[in-house]
Design a protein around this ligand. Structure first.
Ligand code: PLP
Length: 431
């Protein structure tokens, strides 16, 4: 098959004249991979079809939301049904209650919640709430965890480890960044030291309990429990950002997997079934501090949009009905074996991690448990592998720092195409 993407390249050139980097979200540009992005014409089941007519097994799934693949018939019919009755009212609907009740049913710690339009909005609002109720300024985040592009969270570790964070984008004020303290993920001692130093200044800790924005990593035994105890001891809030892991690592997200109950949870991606939705929620007494009953202000013209509510509801309802967890595990075991066998034949160091419908692989001998270790991966080898796989019709995330996603419609056909492609790519892989 001819994998040249001449139409995509032309569209990319055109897009670059009107949108920064030709895209509406940076990671889509494939910057760093040395190739133009495929422009997508349609999606069908587990496949994306580009403007040049190539089909790709899609392991990005719109960066997580498409748990049941593209154009799933039941989600589509729920959308069509809602569309015929209007697509926004700016007024309350029963669909909002249905989705919220289903979320609470699957994630009981979401006692009360507020729907927003993105994961970024969810984390920004949760931070505001944490600061509002504790009347404290500082938050702790972890090196390598991504929580969207809110100013308080676009902050990186300052030089000297235990200091306050530094903006990692121009335009984020240092005055604000100084209130975000950054620790290394899985390093409880660093967090203890931050609490000792800043004591009752810390409004809360926000983290991806299972990080998916530095590949896929896992919390080490006792880490999440330790954070919970520190928050209890110092009167701070524990915020789990499950925008990515919610409904993907398990029905009840990382909260269910590790049995640690946060004070607030942020959701996004799957909760909207592919339409723009986020949510934040948690303990009732905290959520009652949100306006209009409480004083912490947060609002949204399109929040709780009926199209998004029905797409999210159908997506979660289907997840609850079909319980695909064994299917995901079986697929992941074979995918892991495919990666590991091909890598060992080619004498390449590789670590593969997966949980539920998420996976990550590192060109690194492992174990990889912190961002510092992810930084030591073989990035050049990743780039060659990515391009090789793309040219075999396998659409992986264009960065060693991104996780991969499965949908419930990925099956044996997609698996064997993927494993064959991995084998032939690894054989010729240079670093
Ligand atoms: N939190 C996490 C863990 C994410 O992975 C993302 C996005 O990838 C966000 C928050 C931000 O979500 P959004 O892109 O919908 O604003």
């Amino acid at each position: 098959m001819d994998w040249t993407r001449s139409r995509s390249e032309k569209l990319y050139e055109q897009a670059c004249t009107i949108m920064p980097g030709g895209v509406n979200s940076p990671v889509r540009s494939f910057k760093g991979m040395g190739t133009a992005p495929a422009f997508i014409k349609s999606g069908r089941g587990a496949y994306l079809i580009d403007e040049d007519g190539h089909d790709y097994v899609d392991y990005i799934c719109s960066w997580g939301p498409l748990l049941h693949g593209h154009c799933h018939p039941s989600i589509r019919s729920a959308l069509e049904n809602q569309l015929s009755r209007g697509w926004t009212y700016g007024a309350p609907t029963e669909a909002e209650i249905h989705l919220a009740e289903l979320v609470r049913n699957m994630m009981p710690c979401m006692q009360m919640m507020r729907m927003v339009n993105s994961g970024t909005e969810a984390t920004m609002s949760a931070i505001r709430l944490a600061r509002g109720v504790t009347k404290r300024k500082k938050i702790i985040k972890f090196n390598g965890c991504y929580h969207g592009h809110g100013d308080s969270l676009l902050v990186q570790m300052g030089s000297g480890g235990l200091t306050f964070g530094e903006p990692n984008s121009p335009g984020v004020l240092a005055d604000l960044a100084q209130h975000t303290l950054v620790a290394e993920y899985n390093d409880l001692e660093q967090v203890e030291n931050l609490f000792r130093e800043y004591r009752t200044d810390i409004a809360g800790i926000i983290l991806e309990p299972i990080p998916g924005n530095m590949g896929l990593l896992f919390p080490q035994s006792g880490f999440l429990e330790g954070l919970r105890s520190l928050c209890d001891e110092y009167g701070s809030l524990l915020i789990f950002d499950e925008v990515m892991t919610g409904f993907r690592v398990a029905q009840g997200g990382a909260c269910e997997v590790y049995g640690v109950e946060p004070d607030l949870v942020c959701l996004g991606k799957v909760i909207g079934g592919g339409l723009p939705v986020g949510a934040y929620g948690g303990k009732r007494e905290l959520m009652q501090e949100i306006s209009p009953i409480g004083g912490v202000y947060q609002a949204g013209t399109l929040s709780g949009n009926p199209l998004a509510m029905v797409a999210g509801f159908e997506t979660l309802k289907r997840l609850q009905e079909i319980k695909p967890w064994k299917q995901f595990n079986d697929y992941m075991s074979e995918l892991a074996a495919g990666f590991k066998n091909a890598a060992s034949r080619a004498n390449i160091d590789l670590q593969f991690n997966s949980m539920g419908s998420m996976f990550g692989f590192f060109f690194h001998p492992g174990p990889v448990t912190t961002k510092l270790e992810v930084d030591k991966c073989d990035f050049l080898r990743f780039k060659h592998f990515f391009v090789g796989m793309l040219e075999k019709g396998i659409y992986l995330a264009p960065s060693q720092y991104e996780a991969g996603f499965l949908s419930t419609v990925h099956g044996s056909e997609e698996l064997s195409r993927t494993i064959n492609s991995i084998e032939s790519c690894m054989e010729t892989l240079d670093s």
